[in-house]
Design a protein. Sequence first.
Length: 259
Amino acid sequence: MRLAAVTTIKIVALPAEHGASVMLGESLLAGLLIAVSGHGFLPALGWVFLFLMSNPLKIAIKDISRHVFTARTSVALWFCTGFGILALGFFLATFYYSGPSFLLILIGVIPLGMIHLWAVVNAGKKEFIAELFGALTLGAAAASIILAAGHFYVQAMTVWAILAIRAGTSVVYVRHRLNQTRGKGYNLALLILIHTLGIAFLGGLVIAHLAKPIILIAGFLLTLRLLFVLNKSSVSPVLLGVQESILGIIFVILIVVGI
């Protein structure tokens, strides 16, 4: 196989958003740890292939919308179809073994996914919207696993909401942190507001007895990241990714204990 063909396959088949891969991993881990069940692995695998389908789907939509059809477009369509069939197969298996309860989550994800795809295709100033809605969508993986294992909707939606707080604050934080390092503009007031709202929401879950007080520690850990912004220290994208990955693992552990 020619080097150009191999390169094209890598560009199309491998996920482009490493941060999204981490968030999906957090969501899958949270779901599987909260609802330990063999049935939970079926929707988990479905989400993995659905996520893998996203990159070739975006490439195909972009090319077709621009009336461009190249070898890359063809490869993207093939991978999109293959990953899509595998995802559908695992979701159908989940439906067969666990019933239709998890379908409500998938239906709820559709509007978020559509907004994400629209923002990706339009790119430019809508890149933030694409990142945000893509991240919010991934929390549904944990919810679908929890429902497939026979747990209640309230628990599933609570976990999705907590993961959404993690995702939303992280997207805003990472973008502002990188802008700060690169000498671009960043909005400290917005960062503080987003994190404050996140902690307030977690507090509401505790008051409503939907989560244990320990979940507030997760919120404060997210807020502690603002110290790096206040310190105005520079950071590389790789180091920032490692920091967020470590924080994500701790966050997941606190979710498992706090639900």
